[in-house]
Design a protein around this ligand. Sequence first.
Ligand code: ADP
Ligand code: MG
Length: 241
Amino acid sequence: MQTINDVEIKGAIKRFGSNTVLDGINLEVKKGELLTLLGPSGCGKSTTLNLIAGFLDADEGDVYIKGNKVTNVPPYKRDLGMVFQTYSLFPHMTVYENLDFGLKLRKVAKSDKQKKISRALELVKMAGLENRYPRELSGGQRQRVAIARALVVEPELLLLDEPLSNLDAKLRHELRAEIKRLQKEIGVTTIFVTHDQEEALSMSDRVVVMNAGRIEQISSPTAIYNHPETEFVFQFIGKSN
Ligand code: ADP
Ligand code: MG
C-alpha cells in the first residue's frame, strides 16, 4: 500500500519580481511528524510555509495536502492551524473570543464550543485565563494562546512560523519542550520554522536545511549534526548563536 504524505511540494518555484526566492523545492511531510524548516533569514522558510497555507501560490510546481492538489484552495479550506512570530492574537478580543473566532468560521455547534475551547487552553496550560485580553498576558502566554487558537479547530496540519523568536531564552526553552510534548500528545502533523539550529535539532523528527531558496539537506537531527552533506550545512550547524 502506498502511504500518502500529509504534505507534498513538487518542484515549487516562487519569484517576487526578478527575485527567485524558492528555486525548486521538493518536500514530503509524513503524517504525525514534526518537521522543521531551518535556515538563515531570507532563505525562503516563510514563503514555503505560505505556499502550504495557501497565502501564496507558486509560479511553478504544486502543493498537495493528503494527496490532493490544493492550487486555488483558499487557506481556510485547507484544514490547518497557523501561528506567526508576532501579532498572532486579536488585541480587542479576550482569550476566549480569540479562540471562538476560529470556530465561528467552521460552524461548530454552540454546545461543543465551550468544551473545545477549554480543552485547547488546557493543552497549552492556559486554563482559567479565558477572560484576559492579550495585553494582560506575557509574551509566552500570548504565544500559548496563539497555539491554542490554531489547535482549537483540530486541524490536520499545524504550521508554526518562528513562534518562539520573540521570547526570552528561558521561555523559549520552556515552550520548545512544551510544543514537542503537545505535538506528540495530539499527533498533529507539524511544520515548524526557525532560524535557530539548536531549536531545530532539539525539537524535530526531521530537519530541512534551507539556503537561498533551495533545500540543502533533509535528515534526522542527529544526521544533520553528525553528517552534514554540504559545506553550507556544516557551517550553519556549527555556528552557535
Ligand atoms: P525567511 O522566512 O526564511 O526569512 P522569506 O520566505 O520571508 O524568508 O523570504 C524569502 C525572500 O523573499 C527574502 O529575500 C524576502 O525579502 C523575499 N520576500 C518575501 N516576501 C516577499 C514579498 N511579499 N514581496 C517581495 N519579496 C518578498
Ligand atoms: Mg520568515
